[in-house]
Design a protein around this ligand. Sequence first.
Ligand SMILES: Nc1ncnc2c1ncn2[C@@H]1O[C@H](COP(=O)(O)OP(=O)(O)OP(=O)(O)O)[C@@H](O)[C@H]1O
Length: 335
Amino acid sequence: MLTVEPAAPLLSIRDLSMRFSKSRSLSDTLAGRPRQIVSALNGVDLDVMPAETLGIVGESGCGKSTLARCIAGLHQPSSGDIRFEGQSVIGLKGASRRAYNRRVQMMFQDPYTSLNPRMTVRDTLREAISVHHMREGAAIDRRIYELLDLVRLPDGAADKYPHEFSGGQRQRIGIARALSLEPTCLVADELVSALDVSVQAQVVNLLLELQDNLGLTVLFVAHDLRLVRHVSHRVAVIYLGAIVEVGPSEALFSRPRHPYSQALLAAAPSLDPADRRRAPALSGELPSPLAIPPGCPFHVRCPHAAERCRTEKPVLRPVGGGMAACHFAEAISGA
Ligand SMILES: Nc1ncnc2c1ncn2[C@@H]1O[C@H](COP(=O)(O)OP(=O)(O)OP(=O)(O)O)[C@@H](O)[C@H]1O
């Protein structure tokens, strides 16, 4: 019988932690108080499959951007491993670091701040293409028009400056610049949250089309759960710097297994009212990442917390068709 091997992950993240040391106020310094440590990521385990769109959701301050930046090589994690096509990328230097940086491209909320206002689109794209020696001579100009076509901008856009474009068009230029390096993976951190809703849909649909046509892997970090549901094949839910649930998008949105995912979805005004009836919306404040609760980090806000949750940290384990880090996931989600 023919057996089909499951595809190997493009990115494999294991026990990834990122600690920042908080800058001290003058009075703390004078009093000789030590610097405080912010645990932005606390043992993230996550696989990202080739050509999938993986949504990353969680409350503000849960560590979404820090995770995105670690994956894109903009932060050096404090511990743990990130493997790309099976090879660790931690501590990469020189040509191998440049090759990784080319293949994993980060895109930001406001490309205006990352586009040089004194450079035309042509110069911006030419610079990106030349730095990585992707093309030479006349092939660079041909590639510039190809890229503009890919992001649905007219040829005339090449000789304009960033301020001559709308927010949505600038976001397209940001995407074209990322694509100019022929990446394997795009990391989109709140890519469209600064845009009007109608423009958001256009940019997101363009991203979906490119993802499909070019076989890109996309990490889609966003607050807007409806948007995440629309674009993602799978979704990872992050809480206080750890993944608490990951699974196929439709399954996760229709039947979340972790009480945090249940509460997060219940709190989202835009989702199906049937989802909202499932669980009470989030209560209490997000604990400070300076002092993460022991045991299950969610127990202080969890309506189902039991004694075990206060002492024993749950591991991410298979539940239903996905994974959840809750001792009682089956009982509370009726699995
Ligand atoms: N450079 C830094 N120095 C100190 N603390 C940081 C730094 N970057 C992030 N943090 C802290 O790490 C935690 C996680 O931040 P992060 O920006 O990753 O969260 P987030 O989920 O992306 O939030 P948001 O949705 O608001 O962007 C927060 O407490 C934040 O204050």
